[in-house]
Design a protein around this ligand. Structure first.
Ligand SMILES: [Zn+2]
Ligand SMILES: [Zn+2]
Ligand SMILES: [Zn+2]
Length: 272
């Protein structure tokens, strides 16, 4: 598994930003581009892409990995979907899996939005997928689970190798209010990738602050849409993850916290 993109919607460094965190990233030649994860199955020689980052092209050139055999779209925000245009003239065929539940906010499912927004991609084969029902993709059992990313529907996912039992769980963009039934599917991963957009102490700068406080009053959700670092770590503990990397990380982390463990940077590779 390769972390192609570990940043939030503006990435780090952020264009036009000279904050200490962006400067340190430039100095150390580190990047957090927009979110995307590449999962290769060595057994079947196939690979699966989670989310189509606007940085798709530079990510694939940088990591020098093969084009994926299939993709998944977790939700329809820019930073997870709008890289799909990069598929134009690049793929002969590209199955893309996305949830089939109608989002009251858009009146369409994620699968329908993908199909309509990219109707000009003739190689695209959108596969509407039922949450909580495992789908066999690239030799893995992949299960989409609803998370909490208002106002849009968004999904986390569990990817398991049916032969080895290896398991990767991805929180998706979510607040700490991940439903219990979804937690049950995500539980006990070898590796968890968890949305941790900012540290909890930055909640005071959000117009509506933090939510889902722990017993010490520390907010586990930043605003309404994303987990804090503390929330992501609490989720990891709750899911009993063997290993956790924090992703969807914003440049708002103070420079002395932004590159500390277990915050991920682009290019990290893991074998499960
Ligand atoms: Zn910055
Ligand atoms: Zn989002
Ligand atoms: Zn996002």
């Amino acid at each position: 598994m390769t972390l192609l993109g570990t940043g939030d919607t503006t990435g780090t460094p952020t264009v036009g930003c000279d904050c200490d965190t962006c400067e340190r990233a430039r100095d150390r030649d580190l990047e957090r581009t927009r979110f995307s994860v590449y999962v290769a199955n060595e057994r079947t020689d196939e690979s699966l892409l989670i989310d189509f980052s606007p940085d798709f092209r530079s990510q694939f050139l940088r990591e020098d990995v093969l084009l994926p055999d299939a993709g998944i779209v977790t939700h329809v925000h820019f930073d997870h979907l709008d890289g799909l245009g990069n598929a134009f003239r690049v793929f002969d065929a590209l199955p893309v899996y996305a949830a089939n539940e109608t989002d009251p906010e858009t009146g369409r499912s994620v699968a329908e939005t993908v199909r309509e927004d990219y109707h000009y991609l003739e190689t695209l084969d959108v596969r509407p997928t039922t949450p909580f029902e495992p789908a066999r993709i690239c030799g893995f059992d992949v299960t989409l689970v609803p998370v909490d990313h208002p106002p849009l529907l968004c999904y986390g996912l569990a990817i398991e190798d049916p032969e080895t039992g290896a398991k990767l769980s991805v929180s998706g963009d979510t607040s700490y209010a991940v439903p219990e039934r979804s937690r049950d599917v995500l539980a006990d991963p070898d590796l968890l990738l968890a949305d941790a957009i900012v540290p909890a102490h930055l909640c005071e700068y959000h117009p509506i602050g933090g939510r889902h406080e722990d017993e010490d009053g520390v907010p586990r959700t930043f605003g309404t849409k994303h987990m804090t670092r503390e929330g992501a770590l609490a989720l990891a503990e709750n899911l009993e993850a063997d290993r956790t990397r924090l992703v969807h990380v914003a440049h708002y982390y103070p420079a002395d916290e932004a590159f500390e463990e277990p915050l991920a940077v682009d290019g990290e590779e893991y074998v499960l």
